[in-house]
Structures are given as C-alpha cells and as structure tokens.
Design a binder for this molecule. Structure first.
Ligand code: GLU
Length: 262
C-alpha cells in the first residue's frame, strides 16, 4: 500500500480525518497536552451501576465512585472537575468508542484481563469486584450447585460467561447461556422466566436487585477494574496510571470507596 493510502486507511478507520489530514497524535488518541488544548476530558462511564457510574434522573447528573475519579482526572489535566464530559457506555460500546477517538478514557467497571491488555491500556486496578448471580426469590436456587441444566443470562462482551463456565466445570455441572446486549434486557428475561439466573459483577447486579430477587452469596473470578485508554496512547496511559497509583497510596481512592459504601 502506498503511504498516502495507508494514512487515509488509518484515518478513516479511526474517523478523525479532516481537511488538514490525520495527525499521528489523533490516530493514537489525544495526548495530555492535546486534551488540555481541547478544554474537555471525554470519559465513558456507566449510567446504570449505582455507587460506580449512575445517571440520576432527579438531579440530571452522573454520580458514583467512577464519576468522582473522572472528575479528579479532569481537575488534574484541565484544572476543574466540570471539564469532565460524560458519555454513557455499555460492555459492548466502551471499547469501540475508545478506538474511534470519541472518548479519551473509560472508567466503567472495565475488568482487566490478559486478553484485553492486548487491545487496550489498563491502569493499576482501582477496585476489585467478583462475578455474582441474581435469581428470583421464588426459584429456590441457593448456589451454583443448584443450576444444572438451567439457563444463565449474561452480557455480550463481558467476562461473566467465562467466569461462570469455569466454576460450573469445576463442579461438573452443565449450564446453558443466553447472551444479551444490555443489562435491562437480562433482568427482563429473568422476570419473564426466559433465563433462570442473571450473572455479572456484584456491583452491577445491585442496580437490578428488587423485592422479588436476591443476590446469591457465591462469588467467582475476581474482577479488577482499570482506567482504560487506547492501546496506542502510551503517553496518556502512563499519566493515568501514575495518578491512580498516587491516589491509591495517598488514600484518595480508599476515601471514595468508603464514601460510596462499596
Ligand atoms: N466488569 C465485567 C467486564 O468488564 C462485566 C461487564 C461490565 O463491566 O459491564 O466484562
């Protein structure tokens, strides 16, 4: 491929080509300096995970531990928490939105795995969760051992299916899986009886707990959450990791975990 064609292909693939052409920095994601110049830090967050990333319709604003982390990054880079611009993401959309340059970083219950490290940069973990299971109170299900032959609802592009499959294999039981693109769809499938279990990280399940359901005590596969940046943007990744390490050491992160009762 000729150089000009290669540059066009790269720019088109990240949707950042302009009249001036596509700069190396744009293809790699914005550097800290470029974010400063842009005046805004674009952060992908969850909108349906209470305590982590939650959109409160009564205040018309985002709230939670991950929202506070995003505001801290905005304060460090741009001098004010208000410079953080939030976009709601799901397990399926958060990676592509980083890849196409729409987001500078993702702070959205994104579990660090060896496989994902080949595609994205992750900071040092700021929180460690575990996969859990939500079932109907009336189901009589008490643990994974009761699930032989039953159907588990999981989200596409999440770590949940592998975590539960590994635990089931160790117990010698067989499960069926149904995959959905969003968590509200899995909850609806649980309510209607299409699936017997809703499995995902416990922090996410808490947002779907109601009078008719319970979260079982079982926990599988630790889920360390990292601040995620584009793989090619090593400069931003190093900067982000430096701050996460500092906030782990100076107690900032521990104070937020306490504040949100996590
Ligand atoms: N934390 C898990 C993952 O990254 C669950 C999915 C999610 O974060 O929505 O796969």
């Amino acid at each position: 491929m000729k150089m000009s064609k290669m540059v066009f292909a790269l720019c088109a693939s990240v949707a950042v080509f302009s009249a001036a052409g596509c700069s190396k920095q744009q293809a790699n994601g914005l550097s800290v300096e470029e974010i400063k110049k842009s005046g805004v830090l674009k952060v992908g967050v969850k909108s349906d995970v209470p305590g982590f990333g939650f959109f409160n319709t009564s205040t018309n604003g985002y709230e939670g531990f991950e929202i506070e982390l995003a505001k801290l990054f905005a304060s460090e880079i741009l001098g004010g928490a208000g410079a953080a611009n939030f976009e709601s993401v799901t397990a399926r959309t958060r990676g592509p939105l980083l890849d196409n340059g729409e987001l500078d970083m993702v702070i959205a219950t994104f579990t660090i795995t060896d496989e994902r490290k080949l595609t994205y940069n992750f900071s040092t973990p700021y929180y460690i969760d575990a996969v859990g299971m939500l079932v109907k109170r009336s189901s009589g299900i008490n643990s994974l051992a009761d699930l032989n032959g039953l159907t588990i609802g999981v989200a596409q592009s999440s770590t949940s299916k592998e975590a539960i499959s590994t635990a089931a294999a160790a117990l010698g039981i067989t499960l069926n899986f149904a995959e959905f693109s969003t968590y509200p769809e899995i909850k609806a499938a649980l309510d209607s009886g299409r699936v017997d279990v809703f499995a995902v990280d416990k922090s996410i399940l808490k947002g779907y707990l109601d009078a008719d359901t319970i979260i079982l005590p079982d926990e599988f596969s630790p889920q360390p959450y990292g601040v995620t940046t584009k793989l090619s943007n090593k400069e931003l990744a190093d900067y982000v990791d430096g701050l996460v390490k500092k906030w782990l050491e100076d107690g900032t992160i521990a104070a937020l975990i306490t504040k949100f009762n996590l």
